[in-house]
Design a protein around this ligand. Structure first.
Ligand code: NAD
Length: 430
């Protein structure tokens, strides 16, 4: 018997900001500073195609369950579609479309020869066994097979997926295609063709961008206070690296709540505690338990939102006290929150630059896979540093050239122009 997908939510919950509308308004805002026709802007606001598929998967008890999954291929003007696959109950068609658009402009701002894509399955992975998750992943990989390939579309990890899922997708694809093609997916573990430095890359770009912003603003990173919302791959690595740069991490949160110590705490020991207990709460160096909101509104020099989109809306933005925000998460601020913070002179390093380390090292992984020649970790980190610093310089150059107040708009101006240039060079077919 096929049991229906449990009431997993497929559409945006009422009252929440639709991330696809956020993406489109960010593009519209940037377009006012660009000399690009409305017809081309219209193209650049929509995905080229979206796959919606229903996966039928056998549970461990023999029953069948249906899962809805998506893959959005937003734009390939600069290279193959590129973007992660997310497993979350709140995945929706519009969320995946938005994330694929952000990928397009992210690969453009860091100037790597890739386009933008994104995928997701509506699933709470905590409710399924490892064997069930493997069957879900391999079923999705089978559906994706005609669409993906190292010159077509290259998936990667995102929320609740990691090396394990990437290895399953690679193995399924290679088995069905009867080939060896490690570059069909990135974020693999080293034994399966992954890259040194990939796991740390998102957190690393988040803090490189923050360091550049502090430098640009004439602020000292040494001793600066930092709050981190979300203590997963992106958040905890950012906390560890910013601590190594001399800043003081005073607050952090995960989905269970937040911890605080005004003198700072050891981000690695806090992560060890989370690994052991499943939550950041109860970490011994914390002197006070905080809510997620407390962490986001804390009076710190640097705030790193590293959980999900829409973490800060206009109401919450009124209370945000950080001087600089480096967006490790995708879309953590609603456009209305952006406006509030722009008025308050908060320097926001947009997600498409701050968290672009993940896709940049994914690009390096893809290059290494195709060359069958692997780099050292220091080479990966050096190349990453160069791409992020160049992207930050391009952002600042555009900010000043156009007299803009909002770094996000400047980033989109750079990125949209690059995608538009590639489209115009190629011409229209047919
Ligand atoms: P992850 O699943 O490893 O971690 C997510 C963290 O957020 C977890 O600690 C979770 O407890 C926490 N969280 C969830 N809801 C929360 C809430 N309401 N308040 C506080 N914490 C909450 O995911 P990740 O890979 O670290 O991704 C986080 C964000 O970074 C996402 O927006 C993702 O798209 C973005 N990102 C990740 C990468 C990457 O390489 N991992 C690359 C680019 C962007």
């Amino acid at each position: 018997m096929l049991i229906p997908a449990s009431e997993k939510q497929a559409d945006m919950a009422e009252g929440t900001t639709n991330p696809f509308e956020s993406l489109q308004s960010q593009i519209d805002e940037a377009a006012t500073h660009l000399e690009i026709g409305d017809d081309l802007i219209e193209r650049l606001k929509h995905p080229e195609r979206v796959l919606e598929t229903n996966l039928t998967v056998e549970r461990d008890d023999g029953e069948l369950e249906r899962f809805t999954a998506f893959r959005s291929q937003f734009n390939a003007d600069r290279g193959p579609y590129k973007g992660g696959i997310r497993y979350h109950p709140q995945v929706s068609r519009d969320e995946v479309k938005a994330l694929s658009g952000w990928m397009t402009y992210k690969t453009a701002i860091v100037d790597i020869p890739l386009g933008g894509g994104k995928g997701g399955i509506i699933i709470d992975p905590d409710e399924y066994s490892d064997d069930e998750l493997e069957r879900v992943t391999r079923t999705f990989a089978t559906e994706l097979r005609p669409l993906i390939g190292e010159d077509r579309d290259i998936p990667a990890p995102d929320v609740n997926t990691g090396q394990r899922e990437m290895n399953w997708i690679k193995d399924t694809y290679e088995s069905l295609e009867n080939t060896t093609e490690p570059g069909v997916i990135t974020g693999k573990n080293l034994a399966s063709g992954g890259s040194e430095g990939r796991v740390e890359a998102t957190g690393r770009s988040t803090v490189i961008a923050a360091r550049e912003a502090f430098d640009y603003l004439g602020k000292d990173l040494e001793g600066a206070t930092v709050a981190v919302q979300g203590y997963g791959n992106a958040g905890w690595i950012a906390a560890k690296l910013i601590d190594e740069m001399g800043a003081t991490v005073v607050a952090a949160s995960d989905s269970s709540g937040g911890i605080y110590n005004p003198d700072g705490f050891d981000p690695v020991a806090a992560k060890d505690h989370k690994n052991e207990t499943g939550s950041i709460l109860g970490y011994e160096e914390s002197v006070e338990e905080l809510t997620n909101e407390d962490v986001l509104t804390m009076d710190v020099d640097l705030l790193i939102p590293a959980a999900l989109e829409n973490a800060i809306d206009a109401d919450l933005a009124e209370n945000v006290s950080a001087d600089v925000i480096s967006e490790a998460a995708n879309g953590p601020l609603t456009p209305a929150a952006d406006e509030v913070l722009e008025d308050e002179d908060v320097f926001i390093i947009p997600d498409i630059l701050a968290n672009a380390g993940g896709v940049t090292v994914s690009y390096f992984e893809w290059v290494q896979n195709r060359q069958r020649f692997y780099w050292s970790e220091s080479k990966v980190n050096d190349e990453l540093e160069e791409h992020i610093v160049d992207a930050f310089d391009a952002l600042v150059g555009t900010l000043e050239e156009h007299g803009l107040d909002n770094p996000r708009t400047a980033a989109y101006v750079v990125a949209i122009q690059r995608v538009a240039d590639a489209f115009e060079e190629a011409g229209t077919f047919p």
